[in-house]
Design a protein around this ligand. Structure first.
Ligand SMILES: [Zn+2]
Length: 455
C-alpha cells in the first residue's frame, strides 16, 4: 500500500512537472486586475499599488499559466501563498522602463507612470513578485506583495458593461485564441462608422501578412465603439489638444511620431468591457505615428492623406504589433529615436530578433542559419549608409542586389545601433519602412507567442 501511495505521489509530481499548475486547482475563470504605479529616475524604480479589483471573465490561456517565452523588461510571478507554488507568470514591458532610457530621465528627475497587470483570479491568497532586468539583462526581484482575492480590500465592481464588445473575427473560446481588441481614439460619435471601416481595413492588412495569414484561426478580433467629444488626439508640437479616451498623445517621450496612452486606468476601465490578450488603439489622425510596447499596448494612425504615403499606416500597424505581441526589437539603426543607449554594448539583448553576436556559436537563431553562411554576414553597409534616409526605393534596390539577400545570418546594424548589434536578415518589417514581410526569425518568434496564447 505504501509503495502504491509513493507511486501515486510520484505520478502527481511528474504530471505537474509535465503540464504545470492546473487552472481549476488555483483559479476561478475571472480576472484579477492589479493597477500599479511605477515611479523613479533613470536608475531607481519603485512600484506601488493603486487598486485591485475583480473582473467577471478571463480571456487568457487556461493551459499555459507559466510563461516560458523569456520576453519583456519585467517578469511577474504569482505564488500560491499556502503551498509556495509558482502558479502563474508573465513577461511584460512598460512605458516607465522605456522612459528610463530618455534624456529626461538622465536629468535625475522623478516621474510616475501607471501600469496594469491582469492575471486569472486566484481562489486563495497569493504572493506577487515583480522582477526587472538590470543593464546586464539579469532579472532582479524588486517588488513583492500579498493579495487575498477574498478580502475587503479587493473591489468587486458590479458587472455593468459600459460598452458592448463587437466581434470582427471569431474563431472560438477566448481562452484558446489570441484575442486582439481594437479601441478607437479621437473618433467622435459621428465618426465611429469610419472607425469600423478602419478596423476592417487593418484586420485585412494584418491577416494578409505572415505569420498571421497562416495562423488566422488562432485569433479573435474584437472592437469597442468608444467616441470622443472632439475629433483627433493630442499633438503638443502643433499646440493641439483634444479629449482622448486614454490620454493618448503624439510626442510621447518627446519623439514627435511616438504615440502612447498615458491614462492607464481609463484605458483598462474601457478595455475591461471586452475579452483581450492584446490591446490596439487606432487613432483618428492622418499624421504619421504609432507605438508598441510588449504585452501592454500598440497604437497606429488611421490614414495618410498624402497619396504617395497611403500605405504607411499599413506598415505601421503590422510593425507595432510586432513589438506588442512578439516583443520584436526595432531592427533599424538610422532613424531618430527617443532613447539614449537603449541597448548597452556587450550585453546580449533579450529580444528574439537582434543580437550582440558575442559568440556566433550560440547565436539564438542558429537553427535558421545555413552552415555555409558566414557570421557576421557581410553586406555593403557603407554604401547603404551613404544613401539618404528618404531614398527608400534606392535603399531597397541596394539590399536586393546583395549576395546574402534572402539569407538568414547576422547583419551589422540593428536596435538603433550602427556597430555592435546585428539583425537576422538584410530586410524585415522591423527594419525598413516598407511593406516588406517579417524576416524568418521574426516570423518564428511570433509563431511561438501565438501558439503560447492559443493553447
Ligand atoms: Zn526581423
Amino acid at each position: 500500500m505504501k509503495r502504491l501511495l509513493f507511486i501515486f505521489a510520484f505520478l502527481q509530481v511528474w504530471l505537474w512537472a509535465a503540464t504545470g499548475p492546473h487552472f481549476d486547482t488555483y483559479f476561478l475563470p475571472k480576472t484579477l486586475r492589479i493597477d500599479l504605479y511605477q515611479t523613479g529616475t533613470k536608475t531607481e524604480s519603485i512600484i506601488s499599488i493603486d487598486d485591485i479589483s475583480i473582473e467577471p471573465t478571463y480571456a487568457g490561456s487556461l493551459t499555459n499559466l507559466i510563461d516560458t517565452l523569456n520576453l519583456g523588461q519585467h517578469y511577474l510571478k504569482v505564488y500560491d501563498l499556502r503551498s509556495d507554488t509558482l502558479i502563474f507568470s508573465r513577461g511584460f514591458s512598460t512605458i516607465f522602463s522605456e522612459w528610463q532610457t530618455t534624456p529626461e530621465a538622465a536629468q535625475n528627475i522623478y516621474r510616475t507612470f501607471g501600469l496594469t497587470l491582469r492575471i486569472p483570479c486566484a481562489k486563495q491568497p497569493v504572493k506577487l513578485i515583480i522582477a526587472t532586468r538590470n543593464r546586464q539583462n539579469e532579472l532582479v526581484e524588486h517588488f513583492q506583495t500579498k493579495i487575498d482575492p477574498n478580502s475587503r480590500f479587493v473591489r468587486r465592481p458590479p458587472a455593468v458593461q459600459r460598452y458592448q464588445p463587437k466581434r470582427l473575427i471569431y474563431h472560438g473560446s477566448p481562452n484558446q485564441k489570441v484575442d486582439l481588441l481594437l479601441l478607437p481614439d479621437g473618433y467622435t460619435r459621428k465618426e465611429l462608422r469610419r472607425f469600423r471601416q478602419d478596423c476592417q481595413h487593418f484586420t485585412k492588412v494584418l491577416f494578409n501578412t505572415e505569420p498571421f495569414k497562416t495562423l488566422q484561426d488562432k485569433f479573435n478580433v474584437w472592437y469597442l465603439e468608444v467616441p470622443t467629444q472632439t475629433s483627433g488626439i493630442d499633438n503638443p508640437r502643433d499646440n493641439f489638444f483634444s479629449h482622448s479616451n486614454y490620454g493618448l498623445t503624439f510626442n510621447s517621450l518627446d519623439l514627435d511620431r511616438y504615440v502612447l496612452p498615458f491614462d492607464n486606468k481609463k484605458l483598462h476601465d474601457i478595455a475591461g468591457c471586452a475579452p483581450f490578450d492584446q490591446l490596439y488603439i487606432i487613432f483618428n489622425s492622418n499624421k504619421y505615428g504609432g507605438g508598441g510596447i510588449y504585452n501592454h499596448i500598440a497604437t497606429c494612425y488611421a490614414r495618410d492623406t498624402i497619396p504617395d504615403h497611403a500605405w504607411w499606416p499599413d506598415y505601421v500597424f503590422v510593425h507595432e504589433f510586432g513589438h506588442a505581441l512578439g516583443d520584436l526589437a526595432d531592427e533599424y539603426y538610422s532613424s531618430s529615436v527617443a532613447y539614449d543607449e537603449f541597448y548597452p554594448p556587450n550585453v546580449e539583448p533579450w529580444e528574439p530578433n537582434i543580437t550582440a553576436l558575442l559568440n556566433s556559436q550560440s547565436l539564438k537563431w542558429k537553427d535558421l542559419v545555413k552552415p555555409s553562411t558566414p557570421l557576421p554576414t557581410p553586406w555593403n553597409k557603407t554604401q547603404y549608409d551613404s544613401l539618404p534616409y528618404q531614398d527608400s526605393a534606392g535603399r531597397e534596390k541596394l539590399l536586393r542586389s546583395e549576395k546574402y539577400w534572402g539569407t538568414v545570418g547576422a547583419f551589422q546594424g540593428a536596435g538603433y545601433v550602427s556597430e555592435y548589434l546585428y539583425r537576422p536578415e538584410l530586410d524585415c518589417r522591423m527594419f525598413s519602412k516598407s511593406l516588406t514581410p517579417f524576416c524568418r526569425v521574426c516570423q518564428s518568434a511570433l509563431i511561438k507567442v501565438i501558439r503560447f496564447y492559443s493553447e
